[in-house]
Design a binder for this molecule. Structure first.
Ligand SMILES: [Zn+2]
Length: 167
């Protein structure tokens, strides 16, 4: 369950049959945000028994409470959970959470310096223009996209897929 983010213009056809575009090119695909299970935002710890690196491996059990502070999950609905974010019910992508809540991860296809270079080349580095777009057509300025990433715990910002084609 996730959402891909691109430099705007990624979907311009690149062949005459118009069957291909740049959506999986690391020049255009910034990365993917995914629902990443329970996280203690106060302690900066994933409740996954495999740790932050294990959240998408599907082979680990989960703690019922934060292993550090003992806080438990206060139930969220689709309007405020990370699953709701990916399903479109939760609109508050900038929300900075506290305690034990559902978190999102972000797997980058593009390095920050390449995001900056691409936006500078294609949009003259204008921070207000909507230069980033998700796979559902929702548009973001560079500043809004930075806020989106800021809401994701540092430990859940993954850079192991840089330069790779993935969806
Ligand atoms: Zn904690």
């Amino acid at each position: 369950m996730g959402t891909n983010y691109y430099i705007k213009g990624y979907d311009a056809p690149i062949d005459e049959q118009e069957q291909n575009d740049n959506r999986w090119s690391p020049e255009w695909h910034i990365g993917k945000r995914s629902a990443a299970g329970l996280f203690c935002f106060d302690c900066g710890l994933s409740l996954c028994l495999g740790g932050a690196k294990g959240v998408h491996q599907g082979k680990y059990e989960w703690h019922n409470e934060c292993p550090n502070c003992g806080m438990t999950y206060k139930k969220e609905g689709l309007e405020d959970s990370s699953a709701g974010l990916e399903l479109g019910f939760n609109k508050d992508y900038k929300a900075l959470k506290t305690g034990v809540s559902t978190a999102s991860s972000f797997s980058f296809a593009m390095k920050w310096e390449d995001i900056d270079r691409n936006l500078e080349q294609k949009f003259d580095n204008d921070m207000t223009v909507k230069c980033i777009i998700d796979e559902y057509g929702r548009e973001f300025s560079y500043t809004e996209f930075k806020d989106l990433i800021l809401a994701i715990p540092t430990d859940l910002q993954f850079y192991y897929s840089l330069g790779q084609k993935f969806s």
